[in-house]
Write a protein that binds this ligand. Structure first.
Ligand SMILES: Cc1cc2nc3c(=O)[nH]c(=O)nc-3n(C[C@H](O)[C@H](O)[C@H](O)COP(=O)(O)OP(=O)(O)OC[C@H]3O[C@@H](n4cnc5c(N)ncnc54)[C@H](O)[C@@H]3O)c2cc1C
Length: 413
């Protein structure tokens, strides 16, 4: 990596704003390929280095990574680092309706796999990607550095950004991976369609009486889905499988009430909402709550500028697809940029971003529509809908061809 120079104007081929999961993966994906070796890449990140959690202290933010995401992380050499730090494979998934008898069980062996995916703490993924990012001399990481404005120069195809510290960066391509409240999206005047799900998510880590059995559990209550996602930590050379990350999505008006409970009362409420499937909730870490919004950028691209990951789309966490969609954006953008490099097209060529948008937008929209459908179906109190969804779950559980097709799609196989 080149040293962060203090000079006022720096020029690159590609500027990536945001070194979260998606931005750091984007930089590594370009640099890791022989066709992208000569690209001079800047990554601008406003925040500090990711925190380190260990022992029974877990990052409250976790992601369920699909096989497709794992393939991308392997291609940049980050996956072995993630496994070395900690990741929890899950072999089964158990989903059931709180309001009836419908349930569905997915087993990795039905689709000839060793697992359905891995639950990994966000900070573990980011740290692994940053470690890889530092190994590429063609990437310059500017951190802490915050994009303040975009500078549009008449007659120039170059994209320029001004940082809060006064430095100016220019490149042929500006890739925004700066999260749900993307500054670049705002500065580029790219509109979004967005609405509140009417849900808040409470996230925390719990220890349960029984082990999680390497299963991702999800109970659909009419107030919203409650997920117990398995985690593991090493204790005296043995894996302790009593810890789960919980994502409890519930109506926004109910969240403050649950947040105000004492730990003891919260453990009771959580155990009860989960039907004590893993026995009592014995310990609970600090709780965090935030509102859930669906957001989709009307356009992912404009000349020289593209949005990736949460900057382009945010969806309900109920199917754990958020960053997996972001990693698919990364793979699509990498393919288009490297294709241009192979064909010796300039990076300002409009076909690169158009092809990226075509590859990703309809796919992301389809996933968002499916999440909205699930949320409405399971949120309905109406008796015929309740009957239908329970019957549907039961039927689906018995039709292995359909069930396996569904699980393969969710795994990105
Ligand atoms: C409760 C919950 C549970 C979830 N569970 C899952 C799951 O199981 N599976 C899954 O796939 N997804 C899940 N997600 C979604 C997932 O966390 C996000 O999709 C993912 O973190 C988005 O990554 P990103 O890199 O696009 O954005 P971010 O992680 O938000 O990163 C953006 C980065 O840009 C930086 N930045 C912002 N503004 C600027 C600026 N002006 N200048 C420079 N840098 C800037 C920020 O500091 C940050 O580092 C969940 C989300 C929630 C809320």
């Amino acid at each position: 990596m080149k040293l962060d120079q203090a000079s006022a104007h720096l020029e690159f081929d590609v500027i990536i704003v945001g070194a979260g999961l998606v931005g750091s993966a984007m930089a590594c994906a370009l640099a890791a390929d022989a066709d992208g070796e000569s690209l001079n890449i800047a990554v601008v990140e406003a925040g500090a280095d990711p925190l380190r959690f260990d022992g029974v202290d877990f990052d409250p933010r976790v992601v369920a990574l699909t096989h497709a995401s794992q393939t991308l992380l392997k291609s940049v050499g980050a996956w072995p680092l993630i496994e070395q730090e900690r990741a929890c494979p899950y072999t089964d998934m158990q989903v059931w309706d709180a309001d009836g008898t419908g349930s569905i069980h997915f087993d990795c062996h039905d689709v000839q796999q060793y697992n359905l995916g891995h639950i990994v703490e966000n900070s573990v993924v980011t740290r692994a990607l940053l470690s890889r990012l530092h190994s590429y001399p063609q990437i310059t990481l500017l951190r802490p550095a915050k994009v303040k404005t975009l500078v549009r120069e008449e007659g120039s195809e170059q994209q320029s950004v001004l940082l809060e510290d006064g430095r100016k960066l220019s490149a042929s391509l500006l890739l925004a991976a700066d999260g749900a409240n993307s500054k670049v999206r705002e500065l580029a005047n790219i509109a979004t369609r967005e609405w509140s799900y009417g849900h808040d998510a409470i996230v925390t880590t719990v220890r349960t009486q029984q082990t999680h059995q390497y299963t991702a559990w999800q109970r659909f209550l009419t107030s919203g889905p409650l997920a117990f996602l398995p985690l593991q930590t090493q204790r005296q050379d043995q894996w302790d499988a009593h810890y789960c990350s919980i994502v409890w999505s519930l109506k926004s008006e109910q969240a403050p009430e649950l947040m105000a409970l004492s730990d003891c009362e919260f453990k009771q409420a959580l155990g009860q909402a989960f039907e004590y499937r893993l026995g009592d909730v014995e310990e609970v870490a600090k709780r965090y709550s935030f509102p859930l919004r669906q957001r989709h950028a009307v356009d992912y691209v404009q000349p020289g500028v593209a949005l990736l990951g949460d900057a382009a789309h945010t969806i309900h966490p109920l199917a754990g697809q958020g960053v997996n969609l972001g990693f698919l954006d990364v793979a699509a953008m990498r393919d288009e940029i490297l294709r241009a490099c192979r064909r010796q097209l300039p990076l300002t060529d409009a076909s690169i971003l158009k092809r990226y948008q075509r590859a990703r937008k309809s796919n992301n929209l389809a996933m968002m529509a499916m999440m909205e459908g699930f949320k409405r179906l399971f949120g309905a109190d109406h008796l015929p809908t309740r009957w239908l969804r329970n019957e549907g779950l039961r039927q689906l559980d018995n039709v292995s061809i359909l069930k396996n097709a569904l699980v393969k799609q969710a795994m990105g196989l």
